[in-house]
Design a protein around this ligand. Sequence first.
Ligand code: SF4
Length: 321
Amino acid sequence: MSLDNYVNTFGAYCKARYGQRIKKLTIDAQFTCPNRDGTLGVGGCTFCNVASFSAQQGLEQPISIQLAEGKLRAHARPTDKTHSPRSKVASDKYIAYFQAYTSTYDEFSQLKIKYDQAVADKDIVGLHIGTRPDCVSNEVIDLLVQYQRQGLDVWLELGLQTSNVLTLKRINRGHHLNEYRKTVNAARSRGIKVCTHLILGLPGETTVDYFNSLQTVLGIGVDGIKLHPLHIVEGSTMAKQWRYKSMPLLTLEEYACAAATLIRHTPQHVIYHRVTAYAKKPILLAPDWCAYRWQGLVAIVDELREYGGQGSALAGFGKMA
Ligand code: SF4
């Protein structure tokens, strides 16, 4: 079972570029989020689990220590998620991944100090910055360009989740599609690669919405995509809604079918950084299948094997190399 046979994965991209798969080391740089601190809102996006960020990270440790500990963990457990649960890939290069909260939301001088601390590690070959589309200044883009000129592989990860403006409002994102478009154009015009996060299964959405979101993102231009199933996590606003109304969530089969359909409609040059997600109980409330790291992946590969891989639904499709 290899996702790489059907999808242009980030793992395959790293292998082609560095001769090996590259582990991302997650950093908690103690950022916050304007959708939580009152600048834009206080409740945050309704699916967001601020408690899990704190539980996973929450360590006010120097970034150098976080990276050192991340490397130890990476060597202590299997890393090759796209192949099999038992495969283990040794890596001596890493990506510094600023994932928690809004990782461009701070004074510029503070951002630079934190990013500099990460890239100072000799084993770091890439810098991934996760953030909101409305929190990326031109100054930040200039800084990312500098890192890229130093030879680092720089990616800006933007949470969009959906292009449906009604859903954006319903899930309390606090930004509009226009801000996403503007930031993507600003970053990509300077050569910074953009990876966009999309969630399948948001309340009120159907496969038509997922498809529209993909088409919108591709139409604006994108270098990478992360797909997630909506899953309910403890501490989120949706957890309360789910307990109260027991909102419908995608089954494993529904998600695999929807994700595979989007992948088939994605040009082959777009890199999939992730095609599903999992979360640990008891933080994860539902759906249960998201508690198993491999179930979503196996189901998606089965769909792709049966009906065709990335780009196969597009005109002019050619076999993946
Ligand atoms: S998902 Fe991101 S933007 Fe939304 S509340 Fe959480 S940290 Fe903030």
